[in-house]
Every structure is written in C-alpha cells, then in structure tokens.
Design a protein around this ligand. Structure first.
Ligand code: ZN
Length: 320
C-alpha cells in the first residue's frame, strides 16, 4: 500500500512538471505573438470618449499644461479644456500608427479660449479698445486731466471678452487716445456749462431762432422753434431730473429738465407730457410729444436752454 502511494506521487509529480513546462512554453509563445503583433500604448479619453492613443504620456501632459498655462498671458482670460483627460494602458495592433500630435490637436480644437481686452467708455459708451489694463488706465487719467475741468463726463474702463481674438479690434494706445480725445472735444463743443447735449430732441425745420422778433410776442425769442408733425416724439437732449411737467401759460404743456451745473432745458408747446416731476431721465429718453399748446400757431417744439436762469442761444451748442 505504501509502495503504491509513493509510486503514485512520483507519477503525478512528473506529470505536473511536464504540464507546467507545456503551459510555460504556450504562454511564452502567446506573449511573443502579442508583442510581435501589438504595441503597449496609452489610451486617452475624456468623459468616456476615447480620443486616441499616444506613446509619450509625459510629453503629452506637459503640452496640455502649456495650453492651460496660457491663462493670464497675451490677453487669454480663460482656457477651458473639454474635460479632464484620463489615461490607461492599451494594446494596439502594430500596424496602427500612434500619433500623439493628432490626439493633442483634438483636445486643442475643443478647448474654449476666452480673450480679454479693455474698452474705454465715455458716459457708458465704448469708444475704443486697448490690449492692457495699464494702457487703459494711462488713457483715462490723461483724459481726466485734460478735460475734467471743462466737461462733466464719466470716462471708464470696461472688460471686454471674446471667444475669438480677431472679433475685437484693439488699437494702439496712441490711436485710442486720439479717438477718445476727439470724442471729448466734440462733447466739449456741444456742451453747455459742462452739460453735454448728447441728442437732438427732434429733427425738423427751424422756424424761429433765438433772438428773433416776431408779431406773436413782445420780446425777442428766448429759444429755438423746431417744427415737426403733431405727436412727434421728443427726446431729452441731456441727462437730468424733471422739475416741471404741466401746463404753464404761454409755454403750453411744458417739460423742464434740470441738467445740473445750473443748466435747465425747457421743452414747450407739447401735446402730450410723458414724464413726471422728479423723474430721472437720460439723454435720448422720450419725454413728450410735439403739439401746439400755449402761445403757438403751429405744431412745433420750443427748445430753450437757461444757464443760471438766463436763456442762451441753443444754436451755440446744437442744431448748428
Ligand atoms: Zn419758441
């Protein structure tokens, strides 16, 4: 019994070794085939979507980092990758040509880059765009120094964003300065005591000028008459606050706007009044409609500017 058992153990051991040897040989052949036919590479995917295969993961990651590092340089505000790339080992057939650059290009293509520039605004309207905050600040402080004493304006800087660097036309500082300066000069020439007349209240035919003497009144005309059809919308020429909105004798239906800087503007003979006392208005806001109320012989707007309560010739500033 003992003898048989020993013999059996010997028999199985021999068989096992033989078997293992065969398995080893088989595995070796399989691995040889795999390594001959396939390459071990790195699979790149984003949100589960396989973008392709690369050979040099380290270099690939460095290149991605460079892409992201653009943020904060050369007017690049944000770099948004399509997602976080994931890497895993994969076998690809030997005849598959791995192209790292191609995979990178795919990521680059779907990366969103946002550019940032600096717009110069005058009274909230963009007048020019420069590339850097320093330039914008230089320009603003220079213009403030040059114009602030003579003119009431708000010059500011706004950030301008764009998905495409070519969409926004930035200019050199000197060009921007010229443009803004021209704008301010224009404002200066059409400003009353520092109040900018940004808007003609209506377009129409001037029927009576400041200082004209006419049968209809005993004193020289203290405003400018502009004829227009009944109901024509009247826009405020300036920013300001409504101090009168009602029927006032010879003026008929009248709106008076206090523009600050001791300047008031009268809009007379209106058919309809569309603002109330205390309303704040912006240049261009509709305040009334043309009519023929009060001492008037036809539909027209009586436009009168007063500085410190004294009427001045509106055509020194507007309709000139
Ligand atoms: Zn008049």
């Amino acid at each position: 019994m003992k003898f048989i058992l020993n013999k059996q153990i010997g028999y199985y051991t021999k068989e096992t070794i033989k078997c293992l040897r065969l398995v080893a040989i088989a595995l070796f052949i399989i691995f040889c085939v795999i390594f001959l036919k396939y390459n071990l590479v790195c699979e790149v995917s984003i949100s589960g979507e396989v973008l392709g295969y690369i050979e040099n993961k380290k270099a690939f990651e460095n290149e991605l980092q460079e892409l992201v590092n653009q943020e904060g340089t050369n007017n690049v505000a944000f770099v948004d990758l399509p997602g976080v790339p994931e890497y895993k080992l994969a076998f690809v057939s030997n005849d598959y040509k791995v192209n790292d650059a191609e995979v990178f290009a795919k990521i680059e293509e779907s990366t969103n880059i946002t550019y940032k520039y600096y717009g110069i605004t005058v009274n909230g309207k963009q007048k020019s765009v420069v590339g850097s905050l320093d330039e914008a600040e230089d320009l603003v402080s220079k213009m403030k120094k040059e114009y602030k004493d003579n003119l009431d304006f708000k010059i500011g800087i706004e950030e301008v964003y764009s998905k495409n660097s070519k969409d926004i036309k930035t200019v050199e500082l000197a060009v921007a300065e010229d443009k803004v300066s021209n704008e301010l000069q224009k404002m200066e020439s059409s400003s009353v005591n520092g109040v900018y007349l940004a808007q003609k209240p209506i377009t129409g035919i001037i029927t009576s000028r400041f200082g004209d003497r006419e049968d209809i009144r005993s004193f020289p005309h203290n405003g400018l008459d502009i004829a227009a059809p009944y109901g024509t919308k009247i826009k405020s020429a300036t920013d300001g606050v409504v101090t009168t909105s009602g029927n006032r004798g010879t003026y008929g239906n009248l709106v008076v706007i206090d523009c600050g800087h001791n300047v008031e503007i009268y809009y007379g003979h209106c058919s309809k009044l569309l603002v109330n006392v205390g309303d704040k208005v912006k240049a261009g806001d509709i305040i009334a409609e043309v009519g023929c109320t009060g001492n008037s012989t036809g539909n027209h707007l009586h436009f009168e500017i007063k500085i410190n309560g004294i009427s001045v010739n509106p055509q020194n500033y507007i309709y000139n």
